[in-house]
Write a protein that binds this ligand. Structure first.
Ligand code: HEM
Length: 528
């Protein structure tokens, strides 16, 4: 007797019905088993529906920091998207991010195994690789110690409080001359083109004990071509998550691979020269100090650290790379804001005249004495949020956040842009208003407000170059504002639209400068 009659297939027997039921049950059980098992008391992560194979890539669009901010309004501070077939957890909201990166720091301290990261520093990057926790911790400590010793080292001349101040101050004064000369000769200049070489020279001085001329072709082309680097290394690059895209021709990817190859070659050549001239009794720079660490370790029979020399000396590659792109992007944005808000530029110049004057160079200790400049810098960091996400994180074990279960090895995006533009935290977040960081009497920085801004990450993976980065932005800017007035070309408005990437840059543009009273003469000092 047929159990049911389906016109298309004809009558179904009892045995066929049983087979069908077993098949349905098996599929159901398999689906249940393949679903995440959620420990009791925890919730499944919310998030948008995703399309098979591509996931939510289309919704990310060209500005993932904005689309993920919009999604956070719907799904909350912890939600899940899919990029390709890979789940990615997105964290927003200052409190939630603090909970994850500080209170549960170890759980969120990993890096995901992303396709493009294998090209950065030949897959041996301190910042981007999936090093085991012990190896990463050891390398991070070495890098921190090296940065600390070579920035606090005494300067060559007593007028500077430390080597870092000396490097920045000399490069800052040279940059002023350079911008004036180019303006005189050509009528205008591309700010990023010149700033990036000056900033690269500061980190080159510390890492390699040398600086380069602004006309040094190899360095100039290397540091000026980092746009494609940021586009590929930025959070949400589809080729990192959708394997077949790796096999499709991509100009951006080709340039990314080429930049990394040239960058590695440039650093490796300098490292080789350092090995050839290394003298234990004369440690000249960070590269020497890392070589020295490897040599000492070989003599230490009790040493149990399993990190190759290549991975130790390769730390300079990270320091150099991270040290020029971020700081030059910050300075270039600062100059754009000065031009876009001329009345603020005048106030900052006035403050410098009152507190420093014309007779001496600004120095690092002026920082506490220049609240307007400090608030301008803090607002530049917040408003531009030019690192919209941190470098992607990864969970190191099964964990939970705000009651949601997050499995081990989940890729995690931290949306710094959302934190810096959260309307629950900031009054009129889209307005550029440095005064929001001043105390009521205007004489000091409101530290509580300033600490809400997130641009250097937090917790275990927090940027190790923060002190150097902040010092550079402050001192370069103080020197530039003291001596120059920046303007856009007549009839042109500065284009402040950011281009998405690991570090978001403004479009290249042309500006002009005029010397401030007292600085009309060209300096006889020349570093080139
Ligand atoms: C304005 C300047 C800078 C900004 C905004 C900045 C921002 C950041 C951010 C957001 C991260 C990722 C944090 C995370 O993944 O959670 C980071 C990591 C890092 N930064 Fe910076 N940075 C700056 C300057 C520097 C400088 C000058 C250096 C070195 C001289 C440096 C070296 C590093 C390194 C090595 C890491 C990787 C740390 C790790 O993975 O453990 N940064 N930075």
């Amino acid at each position: 007797m047929p159990l049911a009659v389906i016109p298309l297939f004809g009558p179904i027997s009892i045995s066929e019905s049983l087979v069908a039921m077993v098949a349905i049950c098996t599929v159901y059980l398999l689906v249940q088993l393949s679903r995440e098992r959620i420990p009791a008391g925890l919730k499944l992560l919310p998030g948008p529906q995703s399309i098979p194979i591509i996931g939510n890539v289309m919704e990310l669009g060209l500005n993932p920091h904005l689309s993920l901010t919009t999604m956070s309004k719907r799904f909350g501070n912890v939600f899940k998207i899919h990029i390709g077939t890979r789940p990615v957890v997105v964290l927003s909201g200052g409190e939630t991010v603090r909970q994850a990166l500080i209170k549960q720091g170890d759980d969120f301290a990993g890096r995901p195994d992303l396709f493009s990261f294998q090209y950065i520093n030949n897959g041996k990057s301190l910042a981007f690789s999936t090093d085991q926790a012990g190896v990463w911790r050891h390398r991070r400590k070495l890098a921190q110690n090296a940065l600390r010793s070579f920035s606090t080292l005494e300067g060559q001349t007593p007028e500077y409080s430390c080597a870092l101040e000396e490097h920045i101050s000399k490069e800052g004064l040279y940059l002023v001359e350079r911008l004036r000369k180019v303006t005189k000769a050509e009528g205008c200049f591309d700010p990023f083109r010149h700033i990036v070489v000056s900033v690269a020279n500061v980190i080159c001085g510390m890492c390699f004990g040398r600086r380069y001329s602004h006309d040094h072709e190899e360095l100039v082309s290397l540091v000026n071509l980092s746009d494609e680097f940021g586009q590929v290394a930025g959070n949400g690059n589809p080729a990192d998550f959708i394997p077949f895209l790796r096999f499709l021709p991509s100009k951006t990817m080709e340039t990314f691979v080429d930049i990394n190859r040239r960058f590695n070659k440039f650093v490796q050549r300098i490292v080789r020269e350092h090995y050839e001239t290394y003298d234990k009794n004369n440690i000249r720079d960070i590269t020497d100090s890392l070589i020295d660490h490897c040599e000492d370790r070989k003599l230490d029979e009790n040493s149990n650290v399993q990190v190759s020399d290549e991975k130790i000396v390769g730390i300079v590659n990270d320091l150099f790379g991270a040290g020029f792109d971020t700081v030059s992007t910050a300075l270039s944005w600062s100059v754009m804001y000065l031009v876009a808000y001329p009345e603020i530029q005048e106030k900052l110049h006035q403050e410098l005249m009152e507190k420093v004057g014309n007779d001496r160079k600004p120095c690092l200790t002026d920082k506490n004495n220049l609240p307007l400049l400090e608030s301008f810098i803090t607002e530049m960091f917040r408003h531009s949020s030019f690192m919209p996400f941190t470098i992607p994180h990864c969970t190191t074990k099964d964990t939970s956040l705000n009651g949601y279960f997050i499995p081990k090895n989940t890729c995690v995006f931290i949306n710094q842009w959302q934190i810096n533009h959260d309307p629950d935290q900031w009054k009129e977040p889209s307005m550029f208003n440095p005064d929001r960081f001043l105390s009521e009497d205007g004489v000091e920085i409101n530290k509580t407000e300033a600490e809400k801004v997130m641009v250097f990450g937090l917790g275990k993976r927090r940027c190790i170059g923060e002190y150097i980065g902040r010092s550079e932005v402050f001192l370069f800017l103080a020197i530039l504002i003291q001596r120059l007035k920046f303007s856009s070309l007549p009839g042109e408005m500065p284009d402040m639209t950011p281009n998405y990437g690991l570090t978001m840059k403004h479009s290249r543009c042309m500006l002009t400068v005029a010397p401030r009273p007292g600085f009309e003469e060209f300096s006889s000092e020349s570093l080139d």
